[in-house]
Write a protein that binds this ligand. Structure first.
Ligand SMILES: NC(=O)c1ccc[n+]([C@@H]2O[C@H](COP(=O)([O-])OP(=O)(O)OC[C@H]3O[C@@H](n4cnc5c(N)ncnc54)[C@H](OP(=O)(O)O)[C@@H]3O)[C@@H](O)[C@H]2O)c1
Length: 253
């Protein structure tokens, strides 16, 4: 069943964001995805959603570059009016991200700043600037990581930003509740995508190691995550608020 609702998903050109976009579209929700550099892949996702009968569009956005956000919101508003005949989105999914593997001892200030800008500062201010565009009664879904609960060497900076997002989620839920906006955070375990150079997917030793630490005995696939985020966009999920929802198959339990 089609709705007139719209979801904005950052980093929807590949990996988990793409999978979220496809699952959300299956719920009858129209979709705007963003990509950073990979327009071709973003256009393919748009075409796939259109073929499935929903409206879709793609916009360029570097979620680590706060000074571009005003222009992005202006482009988004124009797109909503011209293509979707509305001036509001109902769901914001803050998914875009990168992985940088470095031990705490060896993390450079540059690596720290890049992770900080994309995973925390950018998400903080993009959501702030999007507030007037999010409809009352809407939802925000942030994306964390299992690594914010358990620690595996090499993710000190990355996981700390995700931990910050988990805290921010509670504050956003508290402060935006007055507008009927629910805010939750989904924490995927290790999933086979391009993330971190595709290590979980392409490095057999890493893949097997994670599978052996996962109750369900394998690593995650994008399809294990997209449906969880799509569910959070449904009427049935309306009472879920301020929650961290881990989808990891039971990693390190
Ligand atoms: N895969 C995992 O194991 C895993 C586990 C837990 C959490 N996560 C989280 O899940 C989210 C998605 O990860 P993924 O596995 O789907 O990664 P991915 O396959 O590498 O895809 C990353 C997506 O984010 C976009 N992106 C990257 N840098 C960006 C930037 N500076 N500004 C805007 N967009 C940017 C990419 O756009 P382009 O296509 O244009 O490059 C792409 O759409 C991230 O927040 C990640 O931290 C992943």
């Amino acid at each position: 069943m089609s709705t007139n609702k719209i979801a904005l998903i950052t980093g929807g050109s590949r990996g988990l964001g793409k999978n979220m976009a496809l699952h959300i579209a299956k719920k009858g929700i129209n979709v705007v995805i963003t990509y950073n550099s990979n327009k071709e892949e973003a256009d393919k996702v748009v075409a796939e959603i259109e073929q499935a009968g929903q409206k879709a569009a793609a916009l360029q956005l570097n979620t680590g570059d706060v000074k571009t956000f005003d222009a992005f919101i202006t482009s988004l508003t124009g797109l909503l009016q011209n293509t979707f005949g509305t001036d509001k989105i109902n769901f914001l999914v803050n998914n875009a991200g990168i992985g940088i593997h470095a031990s705490f001892a060896e993390t450079t200030e540059e690596q720290f700043d890049e992770l900080m800008n994309i995973h925390f500062k950018g998400t903080f201010f993009l959501t702030q600037k999007a507030l007037p565009v999010i409809a009352d009664g809407g939802r925000i879904i942030n994306i964390s990581s299992g690594l914010a609960r358990f620690s595996t060497p090499g993710y000190a900076a990355y996981a700390s930003m995700k931990g910050a997002m988990e805290t921010l989620t509670k504050y956003q839920a508290k402060e935006l509740g007055a507008r009927g906006i629910a805010v939750n955070i989904v924490a995927p375990g290790a999933i086979e995508t391009d993330f971190g150079g595709g290590m979980v997917r392409d490095n057999e030793q890493v893949n097997k190691g994670i599978a052996s630490q996962t109750a369900l005995g394998r690593v995650g696939l994008p399809d294990d995550i997209g449906g969880v985020v799509a569910f959070l966009c449904t009427e049935e999920a309306r009472w879920i608020n301020a929650q961290r929802i881990e989808a990891s198959g039971g990693m390190f339990v």
